[in-house]
Design a protein around this ligand. Structure first.
Ligand code: AMP
Ligand code: GLY
Length: 422
């Protein structure tokens, strides 16, 4: 198989690493890829928003399967454009990707099909939003409907904060058109977990559950980021809870999307709140999580290329997917200042030494400057180690992190703390 990967972050590096291990994969091409992927894939510097040009490229290269990392090309219809050319894609159609592209769409489907989630109210009017907030009181969650790079959510603990969030999203248009529709939600209380699943439109097979650390500082303090580290399996998701989430969330959602005439094929990511009443949905994403993928794929024993192709061909039910009993921990090395302003172009050393300790170093924001690896983003590297349990994976990951250096590097020292506290 020749595989095309769309994207160039840590998630796509992890996908390339796992796909390269498949005896069925002859070549991997990544658009645009990153410096860490060059030993696994041919990286081609093309834009990922010109879907027709990408499809031309895939046809010319004889690509058998395209695997899409980020949400934007999916929501823009990459899968539809490719399908019209007879190209197979792992990833949902534009209509199905609305589960991530529009929070109001996702909430309406959940409400209609009885999938457990927070009570909500959708509106295009700031006056109506404010009236609802005054009626409900705080705490309350204010969300921009559309894609806002993970920033369009305010968990407001006071009414004043919630009203200010409405102004920020609707009047000041902080997220552009993404905020022209607002979703107001009940605040749910509990521990969060990410449950990703392979889907082929009909069948759902859950992966091992993971937990992300979204806040920038230790102890879950400071602003939200794209994710400062992850671990899997997440002990909060006991086998009974995983089973319950599959039965009450993932399977009903895939059945709902099929019933609506927009079957869901690809990775369905359920962001869950584990409440006293069981798992309830915080959000759906239409893609692999980043950095969840970096800890989930190392625990997959089966051939990823076979699974993704089976999803694209609608025969996931034939696949027997096996997982290792061990654990994996990912520590993200970020640029100082992230998620605010940060410098780039700073030289990175020690990645080979970290790999020599048995860790995997997935590149998230790096570039080569005259042959020297340098920082190029907020999240720079994801250092992943596996072990028999979370404790040994955590120890190995932090030993590898000690090998890597760049000026002003910042990382959390407490990744997996919730698992360790149990
Ligand atoms: P989202 O982009 O929808 O995942 O929201 C970002 C973060 O906001 C989530 O990871 C949660 O920590 C928090 N959040 C979102 N919705 C709710 C909710 N209804 N109740 C409590 N926390 C929430
Ligand atoms: N790690 C959160 C996300 O991928 O959306």
């Amino acid at each position: 198989m020749r595989i095309l990967i769309i994207g160039g972050g840590g998630r796509e590096h992890a996908l390339a690493w796992k796909l390269a291990a498949s005896p069925r994969v002859k070549e991997i091409i990544a658009v645009p890829g990153n410096p860490g992927m060059t030993s696994l894939a041919r990286c081609v510097d093309m834009k990922t928003d010109d879907l027709e040009a990408l499809a031309d490229f895939a046809v010319a290269e004889g690509v058998d399967l395209t695997v899409v990392g980020p949400e934007a090309p999916l929501v823009a219809g990459l899968t539809d454009v490719f399908a019209a050319r007879g190209l197979k894609v792992f990833g949902p159609s534009a209509a199905a990707a609305q589960l991530e592209g529009s929070k109001a769409f996702a909430k309406d489907i959940m409400a209609r099909y009885g999938i457990p989630t927070a009570a909500y109210f959708t509106t295009t009017s700031s006056a109506a939003a404010k009236q609802y907030i005054r009626e409900q009181g705080a705490p309350i969650v204010v969300k921009a409907d559309g894609l806002a790079a993970g920033k369009g959510v305010v968990v407001a603990l006071t009414e004043a904060e919630a009203l200010a969030a409405v102004d920020m999203m609707m009047e000041d248009k902080a997220f552009g058109d993404a905020g022209s529709v607002l979703v107001l939600e009940e605040m749910m209380v509990g521990e969060e977990a990410s449950l990703l699943a392979f889907c082929d439109g009909k069948t759902v097979k859950a992966m091992v559950a993971a937990q992300d650390h979204k806040r920038v500082f230790d102890g879950d303090q400071g602003p939200n980021t794209g994710g400062m580290g992850t671990y899997a399996p997440a002990p909060v998701m006991t086998p009974a809870l995983v089973d319950k989430a599959v039965k009450t969330v993932l399977e009903p959602m895939v059945a709902a999307m099929a019933a609506e005439g927009t079957p869901y094929q690809g990775c369905l990511y359920a962001g869950l709140m584990i409440t006293e009443e069981g798992p309830r949905v915080v959000e759906f994403n239409a893609r692999f999580g980043d950095p969840e993928t970096q800890v989930v794929l190392p625990l997959l024993k089966s051939d990823l290329a076979e699974i993704l192709l089976a999803c694209a061909e609608g025969r996931l039910d034939e696949m027997n997917i096996e997982w290792s009993d061990g654990a994996a921990v990912c520590v993200v090395l970020a640029s100082g200042g992230y998620p605010g302003d940060y410098k780039t172009g700073l030289p990175i050393s020690g990645t080979e030494a970290a790999e020599a300790k048995g860790a995997m170093v997935f590149h998230a924001g790096t570039k080569l400057v005259d042959g020297q690896l340098a920082t190029a983003g907020g999240r720079v590297l994801g250092v992943v180690a596996c072990g028999a349990d979370i404790a040994s994976a955590q120890k190995a990951a932090y030993e590898a992190v000690q090998c890597i250096h760049f000026p002003e590097a910042h990382y959390r020292k407490d990744i997996a703390w919730r698992a360790m506290n149990r």
